[in-house]
Write a protein that binds this ligand. Structure first.
Ligand code: NCD
Length: 328
C-alpha cells in the first residue's frame, strides 16, 4: 500500500479525483468562521525544507494546523545541516521525535524517494518539490484551480478536465511544476502543450504525454488555461537565451498576447513571479490570473493530501500494482 506522495505520476485517475473532491470539502471548511477540524489531533507533521520556499512551506503549515496536527518546521539554514549533517541523521532525529508525516523540499531530485524507501522513518513522506524532478501537490492545487474555473465544483468523476487544452510556457527544463502537471493533467484527460525555447525543452520530452511547440502566439487561441513558469536562474549554469528582453518578447505573456486567448481562458502561475520577465504586471494583476487563488487552493489541497495519507482512508493513494508474471 502506498503511504507516500512522491510523484504525480504515481496517482491513478481515481486517486487524483478523490484528492480533488476531498480538497473541495476542505475548502468548504475554510469558509466557516472556525476553520479547524480535529482530524489529525495528536499527530505530528514535520516540514523539512532544505530549499527556500514561501508559499509551499506556509501552505503545508496552515494545512496541518487546520487539521489540528502538531507542526514542527525545520529549515536547513540555521540547522545542523549547515554543520554537515546528512539527510539520514536528520531523518533519524525526526523519527526519534515521532513524526507521523514528513513534508520534504530538497534541492536534490530523488531525496523524498530516498527518505520514503530508506527505512529511516516510519511516517508518510510528502514531496514538496525535489530538484528539477516533481512537485505533486502543486500539480494537484493547479488541477483543483482549473477544475473550479473551467469545469465547476460539481464536475463528476470521468468529466474532470477531459479534453481541456492546457498550455505550459517557459523554463520547462528546470521546472518540477511542469513535470508534475504534465503527468497529472494527462491522467485527468487534459491535452497539454509545452511552449519553450528549444534550449529549455528537456531531453526525452518526446516520451512525455504532451505536445511541444515553439510558437506561443499560435497556441494561445487554442488554450483553456495558460500556465506561465518562472525562469529559474538559480538552476541555470549556462546562457539558455540571448537576453531577458528577447525571452520576454518571444515567450512572455503581456496584455496583447492575453487578448489572443479565448474569453473563458485563465492565466496561471505557481509563484514566485518575475514580473516583467515571463509575465507583465498588467497580466499578473488581471482578473484572469489565478496566482493568488492558487495559493488559497493550495491549503485545501494539502489538507486533503495530509488527511488522506494520515487519516486512515487507504483508498487515497493507490496500492502499488501487484507484481504479476506479466508486469515483472
Ligand atoms: C515552484 C517551485 O518551487 O518549484 N514554486 C512553488 O512551489 N510555488 C516554482 C518556482 O520556484 O518557480
Amino acid at each position: 500500500m502506498k503511504r507516500h506522495l512522491i510523484s504525480a505520476a504515481d496517482l491513478t485517475r481515481d486517486d487524483a479525483v478523490l484528492i480533488l473532491d476531498t480538497a473541495e470539502e476542505m475548502a468548504r471548511v475554510a469558509d466557516r468562521p472556525i476553520k479547524k477540524l480535529p482530524t489529525l489531533r495528536g499527530r505530528t507533521v514535520v516540514n523539512l525544507f532544505f530549499e527556500d520556499s514561501t508559499r509551499t512551506r506556509i501552505s503545508f503549515e496552515a494545512a496541518a494546523k487546520r487539521l489540528s496536527a502538531d507542526v514542527i518546521n525545520f529549515s536547513a539554514k540555521g540547522s545542523s545541516v549547515s554543520k554537515g549533517e546528512s539527510l539520514k541523521d536528520t531523518a533519524l532525529t525526526l523519527e526519534a521525535m515521532g513524526a507521523d508525516a514528513v513534508v520534504i523540499r530538497h534541492h536534490a531530485s530523488g531525496a523524498p524517494y530516498r527518505l520514503a524507501t530508506s527505512g529511516w522513518i516510519d511516517g508518510a513522506v510528502v514531496n514538496a518539490g525535489d530538484g528539477t524532478h516533481e512537485h505533486p501537490t502543486q500539480a494537484l492545487l493547479d488541477a483543483f484551480t482549473m477544475r473550479r474555473r473551467l469545469v465547476g465544483p460539481d464536475a463528476g468523476i470521468g468529466r474532470d478536465l477531459d479534453g481541456r487544452r492546457i498550455t505550459i510556457v517557459g523554463d520547462v527544463l528546470h521546472s518540477r511544476v511542469a513535470r508534475s502537471n504534465v503527468h497529472l493533467l494527462h491522467t485527468l484527460g487534459a491535452e497539454v502543450t509545452l511552449v519553450a525555447p528549444p534550449t529549455l525543452v528537456p531531453i526525452g520530452v518526446e516520451h512525455w504525454p504532451c505536445q511541444v511547440s515553439y510558437h506561443l502566439d499560435e497556441v494561445l487561441p487554442k488554450s483553456d488555461a495558460v500556465m506561465m513558469l518562472r525562469v529559474q536562474r538559480e538552476r541555470m549554469n549556462a546562457a539558455f537565451f540571448p537576453t531577458e528582453r528577447e525571452y520576454s518578447r518571444r515567450y512572455g505573456l503581456d496584455g496583447d498576447r492575453m487578448a489572443r486567448m479565448p474569453e473563458h481562458a485563465i492565466v496561471m502561475h505557481p509563484g514566485p513571479m518575475n514580473r516583467g520577465m515571463e509575465i507583465t504586471a498588467q497580466v499578473a494583476d488581471s482578473d484572469r490570473c489565478t496566482a493568488v487563488e492558487q495559493v488559497a487552493n493550495g491549503v485545501s489541497t494539502r489538507m486533503a493530501v495530509l488527511y488522506l495519507l494520515l487519516g486512515g482512508n487507504e483508498s487515497a493513494i493507490s496500492p502499488a500494482p501487484a507484481r504479476t508474471e506479466e508486469n515483472k
